[in-house]
Design a protein around this ligand. Structure first.
Ligand code: CP
Ligand code: NVA
Length: 307
């Protein structure tokens, strides 16, 4: 029997597979609602959300529907992983009924356990540590703007969070240079940085950590930012607002970047905090295109996992 695959951190996909996902996603985008191969026909996917979501829930439900399948969305109070029932038992039940688990959890180990104890594919829909689908949508959107050829340097301004980690892993895989500019004390966790660095050795990507947003922008192709306080960190929000004050992506910072550099954000944005509205709504912003591309890229991920 074919070994099932999961998408937990992007580390499990080769650069060739990531490029194939991006190519397939562009095909899905072009052929939307007609000529789509019904690769998920008569199949059911369960979406489990321990945290709120707009984009991820809508794009996965829509992707599954448009691929011919059926989606069931459950919130954490309905399932209670680790409270009502262990992740292992949740996984061992779900595999008996459905074909795919898409899970947004606090602890990354929860999606790892769901994957370990079920015989069906598990897709990480965001954990405290990684958000691989977002990184893939970003890569697809960058390709749309610059094509595959340009040597790219991505600069993440702000917190070394789940989205930052996944973009770093993506860059390491694809050989794109990556710098995170963050306040002291908010650097990527050493194990994530070391893992990305080991991958980067193979692709030739240059990874760097900086505390100087303006200095980091030299040669940037794209800037990326995200909220200063991620879901689950709400108690720290006052302290973080102070610590990140000098890391806002605003017009002044954009003026220091190369003139053709674009800017993105995974959304939801806290306008006036990590990014100003004049930047998010500017012609240089690709954030809403990236949000759209979540739909197409997630179809391509499902395609890879089920073909
Ligand atoms: N970017 C993203 O994952 O959005 P949601 O939290 O709304 O799903
Ligand atoms: N870093 C953010 C991303 C939201 C899509 C969070 O985890 O809340």
């Amino acid at each position: 029997m074919k070994q099932k695959r999961d998408l937990l951190s992007l580390v499990e996909f080769s650069p060739e597979e990531i490029r194939a996902i991006l190519t397939r996603a562009k095909e899905f985008k072009r052929s939307r609602l007609h000529k789509e191969r019904k690769i998920f026909s008569n199949k059911t996917g369960v979406l489990i959300f321990e945290k709120p979501s707009l984009r991820t829930r809508i794009t996965f439900e829509t992707a599954i529907h448009e691929l011919g399948g059926h989606a069931i969305t459950l919130t954490s109070d309905m399932v209670g992983i680790g409270k009502r029932e262990s992740a292992e038992d949740v996984a061992r039940n779900l595999e008996r009924w459905v074909h795919l688990i898409v899970a947004r959890t606090y602890s990354h180990s929860t999606v790892e356990q769901l994957a370990e104890y079920s015989s069906i594919p598990v897709i990480n829909a965001l954990t405290d540590t990684f958000h691989p689908c977002q990184a893939l949508a970003f890569a697809m959107t960058l390709d749309e703007y610059y094509g595959g050829k340009k040597k790219k340097k991505i600069v993440f301004i702000g917190d070394s969070n789940n989205v930052c980690n996944s973009i770093m892993v993506l860059c390491a895989k694809l050989g794109l240079d990556f710098t995170v500019a963050c306040p002291p004390g908010y650097e990527p966790a050493p194990q994530v940085l070391n893992m990305a660095a080991a991958i980067a050795v193979k692709s030739g990507a240059h990874l760097a950590v900086s505390h100087d947003p303006a200095g980091a922008l030299a040669g940037a192709t794209a800037l990326y930012t995200d909220v200063w306080t991620s879901m689950g960190q709400e108690k720290e929000s006052e302290k973080r607002a102070k610590d990140f004050a000098a890391f806002q992506v605003n017009k002044k910072l954009m003026a220091l970047a190369p003139a053709d550099a674009v800017v993105s954000h995974c959304l939801p944005a806290h306008r006036g905090e990590e990014i100003t509205s004049d930047v998010l709504d500017s012609e240089r912003s690709i954030a809403f295109d990236e949000a759209e591309n979540r739909l197409h890229v997630q179809k391509a991920v499902i395609d890879l996992l089920f073909s």
